[in-house]
Design a protein around this ligand. Sequence first.
Ligand SMILES: [Fe+2]
Ligand SMILES: [Fe+2]
Length: 451
Amino acid sequence: MIESTDPPSVIEELVDLSRVAETIQSQLDSFQARHERAGLVLPQDVLQGLRQFNAKLITLRESVTTIEVERRSLRVFAEIGHVVNSSLDLPTVLNEVIDTIIQLTGAQRVFLMLRNARDEMEIYVARNWERESLRPGEYEISRTIVNQVVQHGEAVLTTNAQEDPRFDSMQSVVAYSLRSILCVPLKAKDDLIGVIYADNRIREGIFTESDRFLLSAFANQAAVALENAQLFNDMSMSYDQTLEALVAALDARERETQEHTRRVVLYSMTLARKMGLSEDELIEIRRGALMHDIGKIGVPDAILQKPGPLTEEEWVLMRRHPEEGIRILQGIMFFEGAVDIIGSHHEHYNGNGYPRGLKGEQIPLYARIFSAVDALDAITSDRPYRKAQPFKVAYQEILRCRGTQFDPKVVDAFMTIDEQEWRALRAITLPRERGREPTMEAGGKRGETTR
Ligand SMILES: [Fe+2]
Ligand SMILES: [Fe+2]
């Protein structure tokens, strides 16, 4: 039911031409009637030719209308293709595109189903005409029609399922009062990966061949986008797994900070979420936190594993690790946001940090967030030269350094997070220490955080 709300002038001109032809024909007819008795007869082929001309005009008008509808479909389809391929946030894109399809076709509901690991068609997106997502209780569709499309790989279109002899034995069609249904396959290369199912349970005759054309074309686009998103996800996952393996190797080398990385990843994402950062930003923070000390790969074991305090020369080497980290990862697109943390996690808000002595908001936000949780974990974990301290001490210490070492805004957000929440996160990363709280009597030197 793709409507032509803005009729093209060529159709209007054809209508005008038909009218002119009809007028000429009726004038000739009456002329002939008036003069027949006087023996004046018009040649038969003139009238015949005129009738044929008029009939041809009508056919032409119908063809032009069809072409116009298809042209409009193609334009919409091109727009849809652009939207589908412009973003990797697939659920949002699919929702938007399906809303457009509903608007264009007059469907009440559209379902996008994908084949799951059990080889069943599972509903992935379900939208109604009010641009809302449907709840599982509203998933009343004809599974038989879906199965038919899956089996034959061909679209099924019915203008009134209630009276369609192909579906008269189907319970779902009767029980759910299904009427207009259009179901098309989603094919990626030669594989059928899912279907798109559109219906209207009130009106019959909603879908046309043009809708089938539009939906099938969209289905092909969607299948490609879904495959791309899947590939991107797989790639990101294997990247992350590789990173985690690399970081685990680094952590194993720096024995005293085992599990530290896993904790600061969780802590920094929690604090960033509290500060209202987006999901995309959280992904960058996660990568940055994971890799924050990657530059220590260049610090000798003798320094990294030294049980006591470092000498001034050793500190010089140790303080190179943020820049060394940047040097290793710079230019890799995957770490674009992460390098903010890697290069600046030892900067202090008042400019007394290293390596560049950046001040205030010169320090990237990710790094300002990260340095607070890096300190939190350092204080609440055992170090070779002192025992872990309770979370209360960490709160006091972080508050004490508000505006000096840490960004006041970050500290304020930090203070709104309950101690229980930090402890719960710590418990996730430390299964063997679950429930163990760093104790006060453990003691240790205050003010010493990370290196
Ligand atoms: Fe560091
Ligand atoms: Fe750290």
